[in-house]
Ligand binder design. Structure first.
Ligand SMILES: [Zn+2]
Length: 102
């Protein structure tokens, strides 16, 4: 059973958070599998970094916590590309940024 962000103590949450705040309900976006999740569901690894909550995420997402961003922060940083994204994402849905691709 993996340790989740919501199981952390408050001071650890402040150190491991990837969103704008340390809230468990705050939405996080994974740029590796392009899905959203609640920050509380993110997996905390032994080295204290936060990883994607989806078991079937790409190896990239499970190795590099840099693939996680706060949902609002990511949309702010990619305004035009994410203009069609909702305020509140849905679990399991895939959100592609326009103009980004192979
Ligand atoms: Zn992922």
């Amino acid at each position: 059973m993996s340790k989740r962000f919501r199981d952390e103590r408050a001071e650890m949450k402040a150190l491991t958070q990837v969103a704008e705040d340390a809230g468990e309900q705050t939405w996080v976006y994974c740029s590796a599998c392009r899905r959203a999740m609640r920050q509380g569901d993110c997996v905390v690894t032994d080295d204290g970094s936060l990883h994607c909550a989806y078991d079937d995420c790409t190896p990239e997402g499970n190795l590099a916590y840099k693939s996680l961003y706060g949902w609002d922060a990511y949309r702010l940083a990619h305004g035009v590309e994410t203009a069609h994204w909702p305020e509140e994402p849905s679990l399991g849905d895939c959100y592609e940024a326009a103009g980004v691709g192979p």
